[in-house]
Design a protein around this ligand. Structure first.
Ligand code: SF4
Length: 454
């Protein structure tokens, strides 16, 4: 197969320069399993580069595709075209059919028995996909079972209070997911008569449903030929195409979505998509992928090249910021404690917490004064701040937070709200009914048990 690089219109003659694709990593960015078009060495106005790809399949079942690039004219130094104009990850029909068949056979024997796989109810598929975002399967199972017991249908979820939804979601993190799930359920009831829509545009228009979640619902629940691309499949497809660019950048996303779209079959697309995710989760793991047990081993250029540690391209290391905060366990004469609800758009929006503030002061005496001023400014109350009850350490995104929790006694003032959505005085026993963030739950348990966790 010989084809001019996309975008070139020059008619210079070829010179026959050969390159090994694998040596061109930085320019080519990938070794296509069977690419039709590859970026060889740039394509300026003054030259034409032709790419010739030959694939050699080992064995009869479609073995490791090998690509060779023949540059037919020595290129002069000139800027390379944007890779997106030339890179193509799509394998040929033979590779694709062998891969589909191999994957399905493997999945029949390897699929995990997970509660959301008991049937193809779109509500359960949707709920599981939302819960699984950025969360491990093992952590989701218990939440999924409790949630579906409490809200067995979309209508049950739509009719619940946000308070109850968040309480059941408590501990799963990323609470915006729960609030959007709740809003989407209400939309389904209001606009679709409580029946989960099957039209792609209707599914994509629901709150909190992006391209991936829509693809999962449409393929798994409605058997529609829609692709998926999430963390496991980004990694798997990057390796199956030996894509060396950034898979999360715009170009990488576009290429991998095209690859996913190409792979998904018309027959049982949902099973195929689940098999892709399962292979990524169980075998093609981020570190030390189990290539020796992989059904796609013979089809995988990354394994052949020994680039499992380099593909997908490792993310830049994140820098963390140390932050000091303080929570006030503020009680009044009747023994009730003050809790406040985080406003929408804030960290933990919708959840409840003890009044909590960033602390700038270095010295403890100055920190007490600072906390008293912040309490007055946000809830209008005066308090005497007493002993340090406990210190908790936890991480939120890039912040590493040290949270000091102080006992505090109400002196006076009039409750007002500035920066919080709501405030309540509650008894110890009532704290269990409120959706609290993870540190507030620990503090609530500390209050109830009456002993320190330090
Ligand atoms: S052979 Fe290895 S790197 Fe390739 S898809 Fe399988 S587990 Fe991933």
């Amino acid at each position: 197969m010989s084809r001019a690089i996309s975008g070139c219109t020059s008619s210079h003659k070829p010179s026959g320069l050969r390159r090994d694709l694998t040596l061109e990593g930085r320019r080519l960015k990938m070794e296509s399993p069977a690419a039709g078009v590859l970026p060889a060495a740039g394509c300026g106005l003054r030259r034409l580069v032709k790419v010739s790809i030959s694939r050699v399949f080992a064995g009869s079942g479609g073995g490791v595709p090998r690509a060779q690039v023949k540059s037919t004219r020595r290129a002069k130094a000139s800027p390379s075209p944007p890779a997106s104009a030339a890179v193509n990850l799509l394998p040929d029909g033979r590779w694709t059919s062998v891969f589909r068949r191999t994957l399905r056979t493997w999945f029949d024997g390897a699929r995990r028995d997970l509660p959301w796989r008991k049937n193809r109810d779109p509500y359960r598929v949707w709920l599981s996909e939302i819960m699984l975002q950025q969360t491990q399967v093992a952590a989701v199972i218990g939440y999924f079972e409790r949630f579906t017991r409490a809200f067995p249908t979309v209508a049950d979820l739509a009719g619940a209070s946000e308070h109850d939804v968040l309480r059941l979601w408590e501990g799963l993190g990323y609470y915006r997911r729960a609030r959007q799930l709740h809003k989407a359920a209400q939309t389904i009831v209001a606009e679709h008569g409580g029946v989960f829509p099957s039209r792609p545009d209707a599914v994509r228009n629901l709150p909190g449903i992006g391209r991936y979640t829509a693809g999962a619902i449409l393929s798994i629940a409605f058997n529609q030929q829609e692709p998926i691309l999430e963390a496991n499949t980004v990694r798997l497809l990057s390796r199956l195409s030996a894509y060396r660019g950034d898979p999360l950048a715009r170009e990488g996303q576009q290429l991998l979505w095209e690859f996913a779209e190409h792979l998904v079959p018309a027959h049982e697309p949902g099973l195929f998509n689940q098999a892709l995710m399962e292979l990524g989760a169980l075998v093609c793991t981020p570190r030390n992928p189990k290539c020796e047990a992989c059904p796609a081993a013979k089809l995988c250029p990354t394994r052949r090249l020994g680039l499992q540690a380099e593909i997908p391209r490792p993310k830049a290391k994140r820098s963390f910021e140390a932050v000091r905060e303080a929570a006030l366990l503020l009680s009044r004469a009747d023994g009730k404690f003050l809790i406040v609800q985080s406003a929408e758009g804030e960290r933990w929006g919708g959840l409840w917490d003890f009044p909590r503030y960033a602390v700038d002061a270095e010295q403890s005496a100055a920190a007490i004064v600072e906390l008293q001023a912040k309490l007055k400014a946000t809830v209008g109350l005066d308090a005497e701040i007493g002993d340090l009850r406990t210190t908790l350490k936890h991480g939120v995104t890039r912040f590493r937070i040290t949270l000091a929790a102080y006992e505090a006694t109400l002196l006076g003032g009039r409750l007002k709200l500035q920066g919080f959505a709501a405030a309540r005085w509650v008894r110890e026993g009532e704290l269990a009914a409120f959706p609290l963030n993870v540190t507030a739950r620990k503090l609530a348990q500390l209050i109830v048990k009456g002993k320190s966790t330090t």
